[in-house]
Design a protein around this ligand. Structure first.
Ligand code: SF4
Length: 430
């Protein structure tokens, strides 16, 4: 036994996947994984740099661990380590700073700092990680199939910290999904930094990955974590139409409903292009749950642009919104744009957007009452089963003695409360 190790993860699904991958590397090297709230010989903090708030949280977590466990070794990795390793090192001399690429084969680096040169990342053309065999503490398994982005949206530093697009070989990912199915997982969430760039260089792409995905015993739901509106090719629409394992839910980042702001963001579409993609999707998938990311307070967003965004969002009938306040990221074009929006205005707009989000979620839930949905049980609490439906919205239904966490059950939505469906369990599917 090498000692006790605790992992702390901040940020997106890709980071969560990579923490699971590091966990399995550490376990196979003889570490015992323990709860991060207690003591450990080694802490691994997997950081995020998407906003200034995310970075603040990372610093707090690192400071707390360093103060609470003065003898522990602390490895700090992830996007903030990649971007600002030297600054983080000033928090404590004990920190071992590793970039994103080093996570894929962590063990050789446990005792040494490496430079987190972005150059190393951008040269990284292939995915070297060993993948995962299991998911601890989850009923739905994330499977990373892609990393990196080369689109350079004006507000985003992801390409700087994640490098160029690269994809896992399809067969490696299929084998991983088979292993997870063998462990009892019934839903797989395909994740990536820019999923639509999967195998773009080789020309076969995400549509081919999905169309060749074999029937895997036990896998009922395939969910796509997020797809850019420009990535819906006719082939992808066809596969979404014909494969009912693919959940009737798409997360398609909009970012803004004003063409002027989309242009300044360097997003390669106008609001009406986005609307056309949604119309095509709804034509092949009636009842689709559509969720999105929307940003408030981008430089140059005046009252009129914000109102335009709100009204476009109401028109699109989203099932849910993830709202971000624009966060000034160093070395991005938007950071030096004129007409930066004050924090006070950002906060008022975020509040107004959140109210719209509640209203549209409520309207979407009302539109699917009485429908039959597939639910993956994530929690059993006080005789209730709680989980995500294939339409992504959460639902709670009556518990029956043969239900366990991870099961897929067929449910009927009967009513709604606080953004959640309340329903009746019909039968266990698997
Ligand atoms: S598509 Fe744009 S927002 Fe998304 S990761 Fe790439 S640069 Fe960032």
């Amino acid at each position: 036994m090498r000692g006790d190790c605790a992992l702390l993860t901040l940020g997106c699904k890709v980071n969560q996947y990579e923490s699971q991958e590091m966990r399995e590397q550490l376990e196979s090297a003889g570490y015992k994984i323990v709860d991060a709230g207690g003591d450990a010989d080694l802490f691994v903090v997997n950081t995020c740099a998407v906003t200034r708030t995310a970075e603040k949280k990372c610093r707090q977590v690192i400071r707390r661990v360093a103060a609470r466990c003065p003898k522990a070794a602390i490895v700090v990795t992830g996007c903030m380590a990649q971007k600002a390793g030297a600054a983080l090192k000033r928090l404590s001399e004990r920190l071992i700073i590793l970039g994103n690429a080093e996570k894929e084969d962590l063990l050789p680096y446990l005792t040494e700092d490496v430079s987190c040169a972005t150059a190393g990342l951008s040269n990284c053309r292939s995915y070297r990680g060993r993948g995962i065999d299991n998911w601890n503490g989850r009923a739905r398994a994330f499977v990373k199939i892609q990393d990196g982005c080369n689109r350079n949206c004006a507000y985003c530093l992801v390409p700087q910290v994640r490098g160029r697009p690269r994809s896992r070989p399809a067969q490696v990912a299929y084998d991983e999904i088979k292993r997870l199915a063998g462990k009892g997982f019934k839903e797989v969430v395909l994740t990536g930094i820019h999923l639509g760039l999967y195998n773009e260089r080789e020309g076969d792409g995400l549509a081919e990955f999905l169309s060749r995905l074999p029937d895997i015993e036990g896998i009922v739901n395939i969910r796509l974590s997020s797809i850019e509106p420009t990535d819906f090719t006719p082939d992808l629409l066809n596969v979404i139409k014909s494969d009912n394992r693919i959940c009737n839910h798409m997360h398609i980042p909009l970012q803004h409903g004003s063409d002027r702001i989309l242009g300044m963001m360097q997003r390669p579409y106008a609001a009406n292009d986005y609307a056309r993609v949604i119309d095509s999707l709804r034509a092949v998938r009636p009842g689709l749950a559509l969720t999105t990311d929307v940003m408030v307070g981008f430089p140059g967003e005046d009252d009129a642009a914000f109102e335009e965004s709100l009204s476009f969002i109401r028109r699109m009938r989203f099932a849910g919104l993830h709202i971000f306040r624009y966060s000034r990221r160093p070395d991005t074009p938007a950071a030096v744009m004129p007409n930066q929006v004050s924090e006070k205005i950002k906060s008022a707009r975020a509040k107004q957007m959140a109210q719209t989000a509640d209203d549209i979620t409520d309207a979407y839930l009302a539109s699917i009452l009485n429908e039959k949905l597939r639910l993956v049980v994530e929690k059993i609490d006080n005789s209730l089963c709680i989980g995500r439906t294939d339409r992504y919205v959460e639902a709670e239904v009556d518990f029956q003695p043969d239900f366990s966490i991870g099961d897929v059950i067929s449910v009927r939505a009967l009513s709604k409360n606080n953004g959640r469906l309340l329903g009746k369990a019909l039968k266990k599917v698997l």
